[in-house]
Design a protein around this ligand. Structure first.
Ligand code: HEC
Length: 166
């Protein structure tokens, strides 16, 4: 009888140990799904374009044309695009995209901040605030490109198209 209790005791200890805190080893390490170039052209740019095409006005032959959405669905599409841009800042910090742990991270965080402003502006259906947030987003894109595309071009040789388009 006693040996049985003792053996159960050991078994319970083993089970408890199994349920206790686990070492961090098994934690999932998120990583980029493609190149930085893909991330830019297939994910960030289409979303940013949607924001830039939805605020302010353009001059056409017929006169000035407001770009802001005129329906709730139209604004919802801008909310979507702004959420993509805001989350894009987080994604740029993934292993595989992040060029370093310094300025790159700051630009990435700047993108999230500007994206969230655009999102709020779209939720408020505020054309002027969206225009300003769009400008902020643009400045972050440019700042990061000025630093990293030039440097990358010198260090590693950027794809011909990148420099041609700049
Ligand atoms: C944290 C840095 C960073 C931010 C922020 C960033 N980019 Fe980039 N972008 C890069 C790098 C680095 C490349 C070069 C990638 C390559 O070719 O390997 C690039 C390349 C590109 C390209 C392809 C090159 C070209 O000019 O055709 C586009 C388009 C682009 N980015 C759009 C954007 C847009 C739009 C934003 C802002 C919404 C943005 N990027 C924000 C780092 C950044």
């Amino acid at each position: 009888m006693n040996w049985l209790k003792a053996r159960y005791g050991i078994l319970v200890c083993l089970l408890l140990a199994a349920c206790g805190p686990q070492p961090e080893q098994s934690a999932i390490q998120p990583a980029a799904t493609g190149s930085a170039y893909q991330m830019m052209t297939e994910y960030l740019e289409p979303a940013a374009d949607k924001i830039w095409d939805s605020a302010g006005a353009i001059i056409t032959i017929e006169g000035e044309e407001d770009l802001q959405p005129t329906t709730d669905e139209g604004w919802a599409a801008v909310v979507h695009a702004a959420t993509v841009v805001a989350e894009g800042g987080n994604l740029l910090m993934l292993k595989g995209y992040a060029a370093d742990q310094g300025d790159w991270i700051e630009y990435a965080q700047g993108l999230t901040k500007a994206g969230l402003k655009a999102r709020q502006a779209a939720l408020d259906q505020d054309d002027e605030a969206l225009f300003n947030a769009g400008g902020e987003i643009y400045n972050v894109c440019r700042a990061c490109h000025n630093k990293y595309i030039v440097e990358a071009g010198v260090e590693a040789g950027v794809e011909a198209g990148v420099e041609a388009n700049e």
